[in-house]
Design a protein around this ligand. Structure first.
Ligand code: NG6
Ligand code: CA
Length: 512
Protein backbone atom coordinates (compact mmCIF):
# COMPACT_ATOMS: atom_id res chain seq x y z
CA UNK A 1 0.00 0.00 0.00
CA UNK A 2 1.51 3.35 -1.01
CA UNK A 3 2.07 6.06 1.55
CA UNK A 4 -0.29 8.31 -0.38
CA UNK A 5 -3.07 5.73 -0.30
CA UNK A 6 -2.51 5.11 3.42
CA UNK A 7 -2.73 8.82 4.06
CA UNK A 8 -5.91 9.15 1.98
CA UNK A 9 -7.44 6.20 3.80
CA UNK A 10 -6.50 7.75 7.13
CA UNK A 11 -8.10 11.09 6.18
CA UNK A 12 -11.19 9.26 4.93
CA UNK A 13 -11.36 7.35 8.20
CA UNK A 14 -11.12 10.56 10.20
CA UNK A 15 -13.74 12.27 8.07
CA UNK A 16 -16.18 9.37 8.24
CA UNK A 17 -15.61 9.06 11.97
CA UNK A 18 -16.26 12.75 12.38
CA UNK A 19 -19.37 12.71 10.21
CA UNK A 20 -20.90 9.73 11.94
CA UNK A 21 -20.33 11.03 15.45
CA UNK A 22 -21.46 14.41 14.25
CA UNK A 23 -24.73 12.87 13.14
CA UNK A 24 -25.27 11.48 16.58
CA UNK A 25 -24.47 14.51 18.62
CA UNK A 26 -25.28 17.53 16.54
CA UNK A 27 -29.00 17.98 16.04
CA UNK A 28 -30.20 18.13 12.49
CA UNK A 29 -32.36 20.89 11.16
CA UNK A 30 -33.93 19.61 7.99
CA UNK A 31 -37.02 21.22 6.53
CA UNK A 32 -40.06 19.48 7.97
CA UNK A 33 -43.36 19.06 6.17
CA UNK A 34 -46.43 17.48 7.72
CA UNK A 35 -48.94 16.43 5.08
CA UNK A 36 -52.25 15.79 6.80
CA UNK A 37 -55.25 14.43 4.97
CA UNK A 38 -58.84 14.84 6.07
CA UNK A 39 -60.82 11.59 6.59
CA UNK A 40 -58.43 9.38 4.62
CA UNK A 41 -58.82 5.79 5.78
CA UNK A 42 -56.13 3.16 6.35
CA UNK A 43 -57.44 1.20 3.37
CA UNK A 44 -57.79 4.19 1.04
CA UNK A 45 -54.21 3.99 -0.18
CA UNK A 46 -53.05 1.43 -2.70
CA UNK A 47 -49.97 0.60 -0.62
CA UNK A 48 -52.40 -0.74 1.97
CA UNK A 49 -54.31 -2.71 -0.62
CA UNK A 50 -56.78 -0.31 -2.26
CA UNK A 51 -57.55 -1.51 -5.80
CA UNK A 52 -60.23 0.78 -7.17
CA UNK A 53 -58.12 3.82 -6.75
CA UNK A 54 -54.41 4.16 -7.19
CA UNK A 55 -52.24 6.38 -5.00
CA UNK A 56 -48.85 6.05 -6.74
CA UNK A 57 -47.25 9.06 -5.04
CA UNK A 58 -48.33 8.05 -1.56
CA UNK A 59 -47.19 4.51 -2.34
CA UNK A 60 -43.78 5.62 -3.59
CA UNK A 61 -43.14 7.72 -0.50
CA UNK A 62 -44.53 5.16 1.93
CA UNK A 63 -42.52 2.34 0.37
CA UNK A 64 -39.44 4.56 0.05
CA UNK A 65 -39.68 5.67 3.67
CA UNK A 66 -40.80 4.22 7.00
CA UNK A 67 -44.33 2.90 6.91
CA UNK A 68 -46.16 2.47 10.20
CA UNK A 69 -48.74 -0.28 10.37
CA UNK A 70 -49.82 0.96 13.79
CA UNK A 71 -49.97 4.72 13.30
CA UNK A 72 -52.75 6.57 15.13
CA UNK A 73 -54.57 9.85 15.14
CA UNK A 74 -55.61 10.64 18.70
CA UNK A 75 -59.22 11.03 17.67
CA UNK A 76 -61.89 9.90 15.27
CA UNK A 77 -62.75 13.48 14.30
CA UNK A 78 -60.85 16.46 13.06
CA UNK A 79 -60.50 19.22 15.66
CA UNK A 80 -59.28 17.04 18.53
CA UNK A 81 -56.76 15.23 16.32
CA UNK A 82 -55.39 18.53 15.02
CA UNK A 83 -55.21 19.90 18.54
CA UNK A 84 -53.17 16.91 19.70
CA UNK A 85 -50.94 16.91 16.64
CA UNK A 86 -49.90 20.53 17.09
CA UNK A 87 -49.74 20.71 20.91
CA UNK A 88 -48.63 17.23 21.98
CA UNK A 89 -51.48 17.22 24.51
CA UNK A 90 -54.32 14.69 24.61
CA UNK A 91 -57.39 16.47 23.24
CA UNK A 92 -59.69 15.22 26.02
CA UNK A 93 -57.69 17.42 28.41
CA UNK A 94 -59.16 20.40 26.54
CA UNK A 95 -62.95 20.41 26.77
CA UNK A 96 -63.34 22.62 23.71
CA UNK A 97 -61.47 20.21 21.42
CA UNK A 98 -64.61 18.99 19.62
CA UNK A 99 -65.77 19.44 16.03
CA UNK A 100 -65.90 23.24 15.89
CA UNK A 101 -68.25 25.53 14.01
CA UNK A 102 -66.65 28.19 11.79
CA UNK A 103 -67.31 30.84 14.44
CA UNK A 104 -65.59 29.05 17.34
CA UNK A 105 -62.81 30.86 19.21
CA UNK A 106 -59.23 29.64 19.05
CA UNK A 107 -58.82 26.63 21.36
CA UNK A 108 -55.01 26.55 21.51
CA UNK A 109 -53.68 28.91 24.17
CA UNK A 110 -51.42 31.61 22.75
CA UNK A 111 -48.94 30.72 25.49
CA UNK A 112 -49.17 26.99 24.79
CA UNK A 113 -46.32 25.02 23.24
CA UNK A 114 -46.90 23.88 19.67
CA UNK A 115 -44.78 22.25 16.99
CA UNK A 116 -44.33 25.53 15.10
CA UNK A 117 -43.49 27.50 18.28
CA UNK A 118 -40.94 24.91 19.27
CA UNK A 119 -39.39 24.94 15.80
CA UNK A 120 -39.38 28.74 15.71
CA UNK A 121 -37.25 28.70 18.85
CA UNK A 122 -34.82 26.59 16.85
CA UNK A 123 -34.59 29.07 14.01
CA UNK A 124 -37.27 27.67 11.71
CA UNK A 125 -39.60 29.65 9.46
CA UNK A 126 -43.07 28.19 9.98
CA UNK A 127 -46.22 28.06 7.88
CA UNK A 128 -49.62 26.45 7.59
CA UNK A 129 -51.27 26.22 4.19
CA UNK A 130 -54.60 24.38 4.27
CA UNK A 131 -57.35 23.47 6.70
CA UNK A 132 -57.21 24.91 10.22
CA UNK A 133 -60.33 23.92 12.23
CA UNK A 134 -58.96 24.95 15.62
CA UNK A 135 -61.01 28.11 16.08
CA UNK A 136 -60.23 31.76 15.39
CA UNK A 137 -60.48 34.92 17.48
CA UNK A 138 -61.91 35.23 20.97
CA UNK A 139 -65.58 34.86 20.06
CA UNK A 140 -67.68 37.23 17.94
CA UNK A 141 -65.16 37.45 15.12
CA UNK A 142 -65.51 40.38 12.77
CA UNK A 143 -64.49 38.78 9.47
CA UNK A 144 -63.94 42.18 7.90
CA UNK A 145 -61.08 43.08 10.20
CA UNK A 146 -57.97 41.24 11.30
CA UNK A 147 -59.12 37.79 12.46
CA UNK A 148 -56.99 37.12 15.50
CA UNK A 149 -55.76 35.24 17.48
CA UNK A 150 -55.30 32.35 15.08
CA UNK A 151 -52.45 30.30 13.61
CA UNK A 152 -50.10 33.30 13.57
CA UNK A 153 -50.48 33.64 17.35
CA UNK A 154 -49.65 29.99 18.10
CA UNK A 155 -46.38 29.74 16.23
CA UNK A 156 -46.99 30.09 12.50
CA UNK A 157 -45.09 32.92 10.81
CA UNK A 158 -47.33 32.55 7.81
CA UNK A 159 -50.87 31.20 7.48
CA UNK A 160 -53.12 30.61 4.50
CA UNK A 161 -56.13 28.70 5.69
CA UNK A 162 -59.72 27.70 5.43
CA UNK A 163 -61.20 28.45 8.84
CA UNK A 164 -63.05 25.24 9.70
CA UNK A 165 -64.08 22.66 7.10
CA UNK A 166 -64.98 22.80 3.43
CA UNK A 167 -68.62 22.22 4.35
CA UNK A 168 -68.75 25.04 6.92
CA UNK A 169 -68.99 28.79 6.48
CA UNK A 170 -67.18 31.14 6.08
CA UNK A 171 -66.23 29.76 2.67
CA UNK A 172 -63.27 32.09 2.18
CA UNK A 173 -59.50 31.84 2.46
CA UNK A 174 -57.78 33.71 5.26
CA UNK A 175 -54.17 34.84 4.86
CA UNK A 176 -52.36 35.99 7.99
CA UNK A 177 -55.71 36.87 9.57
CA UNK A 178 -57.16 38.70 6.57
CA UNK A 179 -59.94 37.39 4.36
CA UNK A 180 -58.42 37.10 0.88
CA UNK A 181 -60.09 39.17 -1.85
CA UNK A 182 -62.64 40.78 0.44
CA UNK A 183 -64.49 43.77 -1.00
CA UNK A 184 -64.97 46.23 1.89
CA UNK A 185 -68.27 47.27 0.32
CA UNK A 186 -69.57 43.73 0.64
CA UNK A 187 -68.80 42.78 4.24
CA UNK A 188 -69.07 39.19 5.48
CA UNK A 189 -71.43 38.15 8.22
CA UNK A 190 -71.47 34.64 9.65
CA UNK A 191 -73.86 32.96 12.04
CA UNK A 192 -74.44 29.38 13.14
CA UNK A 193 -77.71 30.35 14.82
CA UNK A 194 -79.93 31.94 12.24
CA UNK A 195 -80.11 32.83 8.59
CA UNK A 196 -79.70 36.36 7.26
CA UNK A 197 -82.86 37.78 5.79
CA UNK A 198 -83.41 37.02 2.14
CA UNK A 199 -80.49 34.59 1.85
CA UNK A 200 -81.32 31.25 0.19
CA UNK A 201 -80.69 28.00 2.04
CA UNK A 202 -80.32 24.37 1.09
CA UNK A 203 -83.48 23.65 3.04
CA UNK A 204 -85.69 26.22 1.32
CA UNK A 205 -84.12 26.44 -2.11
CA UNK A 206 -83.38 22.96 -3.44
CA UNK A 207 -83.67 24.37 -6.99
CA UNK A 208 -80.38 26.24 -6.49
CA UNK A 209 -78.37 23.17 -5.56
CA UNK A 210 -75.79 21.38 -7.69
CA UNK A 211 -75.04 18.96 -4.85
CA UNK A 212 -77.84 17.55 -2.72
CA UNK A 213 -77.62 17.30 1.04
CA UNK A 214 -78.38 14.03 2.78
CA UNK A 215 -78.23 15.03 6.44
CA UNK A 216 -77.24 18.37 7.97
CA UNK A 217 -75.66 20.69 5.37
CA UNK A 218 -78.83 22.57 4.54
CA UNK A 219 -77.94 26.14 5.47
CA UNK A 220 -76.23 28.74 3.21
CA UNK A 221 -75.57 27.83 -0.42
CA UNK A 222 -72.16 28.57 -1.91
CA UNK A 223 -71.28 27.50 -5.46
CA UNK A 224 -74.46 25.44 -5.54
CA UNK A 225 -73.36 23.47 -2.47
CA UNK A 226 -75.38 23.78 0.73
CA UNK A 227 -73.18 24.25 3.82
CA UNK A 228 -73.29 24.14 7.60
CA UNK A 229 -73.91 27.63 8.98
CA UNK A 230 -75.17 30.88 7.53
CA UNK A 231 -73.19 33.48 5.69
CA UNK A 232 -73.94 36.73 3.97
CA UNK A 233 -71.77 38.99 1.78
CA UNK A 234 -68.14 38.48 0.86
CA UNK A 235 -69.13 37.43 -2.67
CA UNK A 236 -65.76 38.28 -4.28
CA UNK A 237 -63.86 36.44 -1.54
CA UNK A 238 -65.69 33.11 -1.78
CA UNK A 239 -63.47 30.22 -2.77
CA UNK A 240 -63.96 28.02 -5.80
CA UNK A 241 -64.39 24.48 -4.50
CA UNK A 242 -63.05 22.66 -7.53
CA UNK A 243 -59.87 24.76 -7.47
CA UNK A 244 -59.20 24.37 -3.76
CA UNK A 245 -56.55 21.66 -4.06
CA UNK A 246 -54.70 23.57 -6.78
CA UNK A 247 -55.02 26.76 -4.80
CA UNK A 248 -53.42 25.35 -1.65
CA UNK A 249 -50.82 23.48 -3.71
CA UNK A 250 -49.78 26.67 -5.51
CA UNK A 251 -49.37 28.34 -2.13
CA UNK A 252 -47.27 25.40 -0.95
CA UNK A 253 -45.06 25.53 -4.05
CA UNK A 254 -44.50 29.25 -3.68
CA UNK A 255 -43.73 28.93 0.01
CA UNK A 256 -41.15 26.23 -0.66
CA UNK A 257 -39.48 28.26 -3.42
CA UNK A 258 -39.38 31.37 -1.27
CA UNK A 259 -38.00 29.52 1.76
CA UNK A 260 -35.71 26.98 0.17
CA UNK A 261 -32.73 28.31 2.11
CA UNK A 262 -34.51 26.85 5.14
CA UNK A 263 -34.94 25.52 7.60
CA UNK A 264 -38.71 25.70 7.31
CA UNK A 265 -41.64 23.88 8.84
CA UNK A 266 -44.66 23.57 6.60
CA UNK A 267 -47.95 22.15 7.86
CA UNK A 268 -49.95 21.18 4.77
CA UNK A 269 -53.39 19.96 5.88
CA UNK A 270 -55.28 19.10 2.69
CA UNK A 271 -59.07 19.17 2.64
CA UNK A 272 -59.48 15.89 0.76
CA UNK A 273 -61.39 13.58 0.91
CA UNK A 274 -63.67 15.39 3.39
CA UNK A 275 -67.10 16.49 2.16
CA UNK A 276 -68.12 18.22 -0.03
CA UNK A 277 -65.92 16.21 -2.39
CA UNK A 278 -65.11 18.51 -5.24
CA UNK A 279 -62.07 17.20 -7.10
CA UNK A 280 -61.05 19.33 -10.05
CA UNK A 281 -62.83 18.05 -13.21
CA UNK A 282 -59.51 16.79 -14.60
CA UNK A 283 -59.59 14.10 -11.89
CA UNK A 284 -63.16 13.08 -12.61
CA UNK A 285 -63.50 9.36 -13.14
CA UNK A 286 -59.86 8.57 -12.34
CA UNK A 287 -61.04 6.23 -9.62
CA UNK A 288 -63.96 3.84 -9.86
CA UNK A 289 -65.39 5.31 -6.69
CA UNK A 290 -66.94 8.63 -7.69
CA UNK A 291 -65.89 12.00 -6.23
CA UNK A 292 -64.54 10.57 -2.97
CA UNK A 293 -62.08 8.31 -4.78
CA UNK A 294 -61.29 11.01 -7.32
CA UNK A 295 -60.53 13.46 -4.49
CA UNK A 296 -58.04 10.95 -3.07
CA UNK A 297 -56.41 10.63 -6.50
CA UNK A 298 -56.23 14.43 -6.58
CA UNK A 299 -54.62 14.54 -3.13
CA UNK A 300 -52.16 11.90 -4.27
CA UNK A 301 -51.25 14.04 -7.28
CA UNK A 302 -50.72 17.02 -4.95
CA UNK A 303 -48.27 14.95 -2.91
CA UNK A 304 -46.41 14.09 -6.12
CA UNK A 305 -46.25 17.78 -7.03
CA UNK A 306 -44.93 18.59 -3.58
CA UNK A 307 -42.12 16.08 -4.02
CA UNK A 308 -41.35 17.38 -7.52
CA UNK A 309 -41.08 20.92 -6.18
CA UNK A 310 -38.66 19.85 -3.46
CA UNK A 311 -36.62 17.99 -6.06
CA UNK A 312 -36.58 20.92 -8.46
CA UNK A 313 -35.43 23.24 -5.68
CA UNK A 314 -32.70 20.78 -4.74
CA UNK A 315 -33.95 20.28 -1.18
CA UNK A 316 -35.63 16.86 -1.22
CA UNK A 317 -32.63 15.30 0.57
CA UNK A 318 -32.90 17.94 3.24
CA UNK A 319 -36.61 17.59 3.92
CA UNK A 320 -38.39 15.25 6.30
CA UNK A 321 -41.96 14.54 5.23
CA UNK A 322 -44.51 13.11 7.65
CA UNK A 323 -47.79 11.90 6.19
CA UNK A 324 -51.00 10.96 7.99
CA UNK A 325 -54.74 11.54 8.25
CA UNK A 326 -56.78 13.26 10.97
CA UNK A 327 -59.33 10.47 11.39
CA UNK A 328 -60.75 7.41 9.72
CA UNK A 329 -62.99 7.23 6.69
CA UNK A 330 -66.67 7.90 6.10
CA UNK A 331 -68.63 7.39 2.90
CA UNK A 332 -71.85 9.35 3.25
CA UNK A 333 -70.97 12.28 5.51
CA UNK A 334 -73.98 14.40 4.59
CA UNK A 335 -74.19 14.79 0.79
CA UNK A 336 -75.44 12.58 -1.99
CA UNK A 337 -72.16 12.14 -3.86
CA UNK A 338 -72.27 8.42 -4.68
CA UNK A 339 -69.45 7.55 -2.28
CA UNK A 340 -71.59 4.83 -0.70
CA UNK A 341 -73.34 3.78 -3.91
CA UNK A 342 -70.10 3.35 -5.86
CA UNK A 343 -68.04 1.88 -3.04
CA UNK A 344 -68.53 -1.78 -4.01
CA UNK A 345 -65.86 -3.90 -2.35
CA UNK A 346 -63.47 -1.04 -1.59
CA UNK A 347 -62.53 -1.02 2.10
CA UNK A 348 -61.52 2.52 3.15
CA UNK A 349 -61.34 1.24 6.74
CA UNK A 350 -58.84 -1.48 5.81
CA UNK A 351 -59.16 -4.60 7.96
CA UNK A 352 -60.62 -2.61 10.86
CA UNK A 353 -64.08 -2.14 12.31
CA UNK A 354 -65.83 1.24 12.43
CA UNK A 355 -64.77 4.48 10.75
CA UNK A 356 -64.84 8.20 11.38
CA UNK A 357 -66.63 9.01 14.70
CA UNK A 358 -65.96 5.49 15.99
CA UNK A 359 -64.10 4.19 19.01
CA UNK A 360 -63.49 1.03 17.03
CA UNK A 361 -60.12 0.78 15.37
CA UNK A 362 -60.88 2.42 12.01
CA UNK A 363 -61.71 5.72 13.71
CA UNK A 364 -58.10 6.45 14.62
CA UNK A 365 -55.93 3.80 12.94
CA UNK A 366 -54.81 5.71 9.86
CA UNK A 367 -52.12 5.81 7.18
CA UNK A 368 -48.85 7.04 8.66
CA UNK A 369 -45.40 7.26 7.09
CA UNK A 370 -42.18 9.24 7.22
CA UNK A 371 -40.03 9.96 4.18
CA UNK A 372 -36.60 11.55 4.02
CA UNK A 373 -34.62 10.76 0.93
CA UNK A 374 -31.20 9.34 1.77
CA UNK A 375 -31.77 9.56 5.52
CA UNK A 376 -34.64 7.20 6.19
CA UNK A 377 -34.10 3.73 4.79
CA UNK A 378 -37.19 2.05 3.35
CA UNK A 379 -38.85 -0.05 6.00
CA UNK A 380 -42.02 -1.02 7.76
CA UNK A 381 -42.76 -0.99 11.46
CA UNK A 382 -45.43 -2.57 13.64
CA UNK A 383 -44.55 -0.35 16.61
CA UNK A 384 -47.35 1.87 17.88
CA UNK A 385 -46.98 5.60 17.22
CA UNK A 386 -49.43 8.45 17.51
CA UNK A 387 -49.55 11.89 15.94
CA UNK A 388 -49.46 13.03 19.55
CA UNK A 389 -45.78 12.06 19.56
CA UNK A 390 -44.71 14.44 16.83
CA UNK A 391 -44.08 17.43 19.09
CA UNK A 392 -41.57 15.69 21.36
CA UNK A 393 -40.10 13.65 18.50
CA UNK A 394 -39.43 16.65 16.29
CA UNK A 395 -38.05 18.51 19.32
CA UNK A 396 -35.65 15.61 19.78
CA UNK A 397 -34.61 15.81 16.12
CA UNK A 398 -33.77 19.51 16.17
CA UNK A 399 -32.14 19.53 19.62
CA UNK A 400 -34.93 21.24 21.53
CA UNK A 401 -35.64 20.10 25.08
CA UNK A 402 -39.36 20.78 24.72
CA UNK A 403 -41.45 17.76 25.76
CA UNK A 404 -45.00 17.26 26.99
CA UNK A 405 -46.24 14.51 29.30
CA UNK A 406 -48.46 13.01 26.63
CA UNK A 407 -46.12 13.27 23.63
CA UNK A 408 -43.35 10.66 23.51
CA UNK A 409 -39.98 11.38 21.91
CA UNK A 410 -39.93 8.64 19.27
CA UNK A 411 -37.67 10.18 16.64
CA UNK A 412 -35.53 7.06 16.34
CA UNK A 413 -38.64 5.08 15.53
CA UNK A 414 -39.74 7.66 12.95
CA UNK A 415 -36.26 7.50 11.40
CA UNK A 416 -36.38 3.69 11.25
CA UNK A 417 -33.49 3.40 13.70
CA UNK A 418 -35.46 1.77 16.50
CA UNK A 419 -38.51 -0.42 16.77
CA UNK A 420 -39.49 1.00 20.14
CA UNK A 421 -42.92 2.64 19.96
CA UNK A 422 -45.44 3.53 22.62
CA UNK A 423 -46.95 0.87 24.90
CA UNK A 424 -50.27 2.55 25.48
CA UNK A 425 -52.55 5.13 23.94
CA UNK A 426 -55.87 6.72 24.86
CA UNK A 427 -58.02 7.11 21.79
CA UNK A 428 -60.99 9.45 21.53
CA UNK A 429 -64.17 9.60 19.47
CA UNK A 430 -66.80 12.32 19.89
CA UNK A 431 -65.86 12.89 23.55
CA UNK A 432 -65.69 9.22 24.46
CA UNK A 433 -62.35 7.62 25.21
CA UNK A 434 -60.94 4.11 25.08
CA UNK A 435 -57.59 2.58 25.89
CA UNK A 436 -55.07 0.62 23.92
CA UNK A 437 -52.17 -1.28 25.42
CA UNK A 438 -50.04 -3.39 23.12
CA UNK A 439 -52.41 -5.55 21.10
CA UNK A 440 -55.26 -5.03 23.55
CA UNK A 441 -58.08 -2.50 23.32
CA UNK A 442 -60.54 -1.74 26.09
CA UNK A 443 -63.67 0.29 25.42
CA UNK A 444 -65.61 1.31 28.52
CA UNK A 445 -69.41 1.16 28.46
CA UNK A 446 -71.11 4.09 26.79
CA UNK A 447 -74.71 5.01 26.38
CA UNK A 448 -75.81 6.01 22.94
CA UNK A 449 -76.63 4.19 19.73
CA UNK A 450 -74.48 1.30 18.54
CA UNK A 451 -74.25 2.93 15.17
CA UNK A 452 -75.04 6.20 13.45
CA UNK A 453 -77.71 5.53 10.84
CA UNK A 454 -76.87 8.59 8.76
CA UNK A 455 -73.22 7.79 8.22
CA UNK A 456 -73.78 4.04 8.73
CA UNK A 457 -70.82 3.60 11.01
CA UNK A 458 -70.61 1.53 14.19
CA UNK A 459 -69.62 3.93 16.94
CA UNK A 460 -68.31 1.50 19.56
CA UNK A 461 -71.04 2.12 22.14
CA UNK A 462 -72.14 -0.76 24.30
CA UNK A 463 -73.70 -1.04 27.73
CA UNK A 464 -70.91 -3.44 28.77
CA UNK A 465 -67.15 -3.24 28.68
CA UNK A 466 -65.50 -4.36 25.47
CA UNK A 467 -62.09 -5.97 25.31
CA UNK A 468 -60.38 -7.04 22.11
CA UNK A 469 -57.08 -8.67 21.28
CA UNK A 470 -56.04 -7.20 17.95
CA UNK A 471 -53.26 -9.74 17.48
CA UNK A 472 -55.90 -12.43 16.94
CA UNK A 473 -58.91 -10.35 16.12
CA UNK A 474 -58.03 -7.31 14.04
CA UNK A 475 -61.71 -6.81 13.13
CA UNK A 476 -62.80 -6.57 16.79
CA UNK A 477 -65.42 -9.29 16.57
CA UNK A 478 -64.73 -11.21 19.81
CA UNK A 479 -65.40 -9.31 22.98
CA UNK A 480 -63.19 -10.92 25.63
CA UNK A 481 -64.32 -8.70 28.53
CA UNK A 482 -66.18 -11.54 30.24
CA UNK A 483 -63.73 -14.32 29.55
CA UNK A 484 -60.63 -12.29 30.48
CA UNK A 485 -61.62 -10.31 33.60
CA UNK A 486 -58.03 -9.93 34.77
CA UNK A 487 -56.90 -8.45 31.51
CA UNK A 488 -59.90 -6.15 31.54
CA UNK A 489 -59.05 -4.98 35.05
CA UNK A 490 -55.41 -4.45 34.12
CA UNK A 491 -56.38 -2.20 31.21
CA UNK A 492 -59.06 -0.37 33.15
CA UNK A 493 -56.65 0.44 35.97
CA UNK A 494 -53.99 1.68 33.55
CA UNK A 495 -56.60 3.67 31.63
CA UNK A 496 -57.94 5.36 34.74
CA UNK A 497 -54.43 6.22 35.84
CA UNK A 498 -54.11 8.40 32.75
CA UNK A 499 -57.67 9.44 32.19
CA UNK A 500 -59.00 9.81 35.71
CA UNK A 501 -62.30 8.13 36.49
CA UNK A 502 -64.59 10.68 34.82
CA UNK A 503 -63.91 9.37 31.36
CA UNK A 504 -67.18 10.30 29.80
CA UNK A 505 -69.59 7.75 31.27
CA UNK A 506 -72.48 10.02 30.53
CA UNK A 507 -71.02 12.02 27.66
CA UNK A 508 -73.45 12.77 24.88
CA UNK A 509 -72.61 12.08 21.27
CA UNK A 510 -72.00 15.15 19.19
CA UNK A 511 -73.40 13.57 16.07
CA UNK A 512 -76.69 14.83 14.83
C1 NG6 B 1 -70.23 16.79 11.28
C2 NG6 B 1 -70.80 16.96 9.88
C3 NG6 B 1 -69.87 16.27 8.91
C4 NG6 B 1 -68.47 16.80 9.05
C5 NG6 B 1 -68.02 16.68 10.49
C6 NG6 B 1 -66.68 17.27 10.73
C7 NG6 B 1 -73.27 17.06 9.92
C8 NG6 B 1 -74.53 16.30 9.92
N1 NG6 B 1 -72.14 16.36 9.83
O1 NG6 B 1 -71.03 17.45 12.21
O2 NG6 B 1 -70.31 16.43 7.60
O3 NG6 B 1 -68.41 18.13 8.65
O4 NG6 B 1 -68.93 17.34 11.34
O5 NG6 B 1 -65.70 16.51 10.15
O6 NG6 B 1 -73.28 18.28 9.99
S1 NG6 B 1 -64.24 16.66 10.64
O7 NG6 B 1 -63.47 15.73 9.85
O8 NG6 B 1 -63.85 18.03 10.38
O9 NG6 B 1 -64.24 16.31 12.04
CA1 CA C 1 -61.43 14.89 9.40
Amino acid sequence: MSIKFKFTAFVLFLTLGFVSCNEKEVPQKPNIIIVYLDDLGFGDVSYNGAKKLKTPHMDAMALGGMRFNNGYATSATCTPSRYALLTGVYPWREKRAKILPGTAPLIIGTDQMTIPSMLKQQGYQTAIIGKWHLGLGNGNVNWNQLVSPGPNEVGFDYSYILAATQDRVPTVYIEDGKVVGLDPNDPIEVSYKKNFEGEPTGLDNPELLTMKWHHGHNSSIVNGIPRIGFMKGGEAAKWSDIDMADHFLNGVKKYIKDHKEGPFFLYYPMQQPHVPRTPHPRFEGLSELGPRGDAIVEADWCLGELKKTLEAEGILENTLIIFSSDNGPVLNDGYYDDADVKNGDHTPWGPFRGGKYSLFEAGTHVPFFTYWKGKIQPGVSDAMVSQLDLLSSLAQLVGSDVRTDDSLPLMDLLMGKSDQGRDELVIEATSRTAYKKGDWVMIPPYKGPASNDNVKIELGNDSDFQLYNLAEDIGQQNNLAESQPEKLQELLTAFEAIRGDGYGKTEKLELK
